[in-house]
Design a protein around this ligand. Sequence first.
Ligand code: ADP
Length: 291
Amino acid sequence: MEIRRNQERNIAVEVKDLKYTYSKGLPYEKEALVSVNLLVFEGEAIGVLGHTGSGKSTLIQHLNGILMPDSGEVKIFGEKINNDKKFLKNLRKIVGIVFQFPEDELFAETVYEDVSFGPKNLGLTKEEIDERVLTSLIEVGLNESYLTRSPFSLSGGEKRRVAIASILSMRPKILVLDEPTSGLDPLGREEILKLIKRLKNDKKVTIILVSHSMEDVLSLVDRVYILNKGKVVFGGDTVSIFKDKDSIEKFDLSIPEIFILGEELKKEGFNIEEPFRDVEIAKKEIIRNLK
Ligand code: ADP
């Protein structure tokens, strides 16, 4: 695919004046996206926030052609999404979407079968498929011993990781995750956050995170877009938004406690070099100050 450059960074996703109405022309038609504009650079992690019904899910379904714009455009690595079958097949290799509660979609008798389903449709050899399955499992923190297990015998967190592995086995360059930690226990949540960070930092996967969890957003993404009634009402740097009282109130966000701790310590005269985006950073900064 042709790659456009902007200030030395490739543009992974470009959405321009995107409009979408459900059941158009019918008495109960619903305008879900009024006008959405956004830009995501390759290798970046962005967050999409907004109340239920603001259009997040409708937006992400446009990123791999599940929905087609009524008007406006969606470009992935410079190419405008269209209805062509071959184009869509290729697009779905590039953009992987992990929907909410993806473990509900697991269907096969073994983990191997579930994770190999995508690659099997790509015309790869058995060796290539096996290699992808195993690599994807390792990426999500599982191992070979899971291959023959039934997905239904696994814990909630493990099931979710298998579901994510089945998307990663397509080797997407852009990974969209809709509420990836919701419903998990703290340990399961931690595993998923670590996994997303690894994909971003080590594999350079572009991440689009839809989340209600301000903790997840603060810990994972560089920039956020806030949607309201089908429009982007804010786009900006993650740390700045949590520092800005007006934005917090206006967009009805909550500030993660770990972030508040960092700001309080700074006021107390601690030399805090990095905003507290997660416990690891907080630990590092506090230990440095105590030395
Ligand atoms: P979010 O993901 O932010 O909760 P959605 O994209 O699901 O928002 O919904 C945006 C708007 O579109 C809401 O008003 C919702 O009720 C409506 N909507 C979503 N899916 C459908 C559908 N399949 N048919 C009709 N209206 C829908």
